[in-house]
Design a protein. Structure first.
Length: 208
């Protein structure tokens, strides 16, 4: 476990999360990988100094609440490029501007419901793909500001289809941002164009 400087602790946290997601990509949709991922993330939340769980609550933390696993929540979708995608600031939990550019859109269906989400590229140093979304469960069953499906800056990368043509979108791995556990974290939130009217009951949820 990383000790000492908070920046080195955070680097270690990101490395460990990236390893969890690398194992998910290697599993290629194996349902057993979901529980292994959840167990690994619970351990980090309880034990790691960069956990978003407030330090006083970590030892007794019961684990992240989840919806039951759903095979239908894993889909693949081609990215439809937006060659004129605007650069703008995403809303954030603290009001701090988070600059991004819209890369394009993914279209897919869950429970026979056609859905469309924008995919963003964070324009800070190094960049990274971000796919935040807010669905009809937000504010009651899931965090009101939405959840993340992809955040490659933080290691949240579910990979590509075997032919390399489509993004893997597995909502069993959708997660609440760090600010949902502790407001000291600053998190980008789902913009209006990524707010869905349909509920997506897969991935992380709020404690009942």
């Amino acid at each position: 476990m990383a000790e000492g400087h908070p920046s080195l602790q955070l680097m270690d946290w990101k490395r460990r999360v990236a390893v969890l997601f690398a194992e998910v990509r290697a599993a290629r949709g194996d349902p057993d990988a979901v529980q292994r991922f959840r167990d690994g993330k619970d351990a980090l939340f309880r034990e790691h100094p960069s956990s978003p769980i407030p330090e006083a609550e970590r030892a007794g933390y019961p684990g992240i609440p989840y919806y039951p696993y759903s095979a239908e929540a894993r889909v693949e979708a081609a990215l439809e490029p937006d060659d004129e995608g605007p650069t703008f600031s995403l809303p954030s939990s603290t009001g701090e501007p988070i600059r991004c550019r819209r890369l394009g859109f993914v279209e897919f269906s869950l429970a026979e419901e056609p859905l469309r989400l924008a995919v963003y590229w964070l324009t800070g140093y190094g960049g990274g793909i971000l796919l935040p979304f807010r669905d009809a469960t937000a504010g009651e069953e899931t965090y009101g500001g939405g959840r993340y499906l992809l955040d490659t800056v933080k290691g949240g990368d579910l990979g590509m289809s075997e032919d390399g043509e489509r993004l893997v979108l597995d909502f069993n791995y959708a997660y609440n941002p760090s600010c949902s556990y502790d407001p000291r974290w600053s998190c980008p939130l789902a913009p209006l164009e990524n707010r869905l009217e349909a509920p997506i009951r897969a991935g992380e949820r709020l404690a009942e």
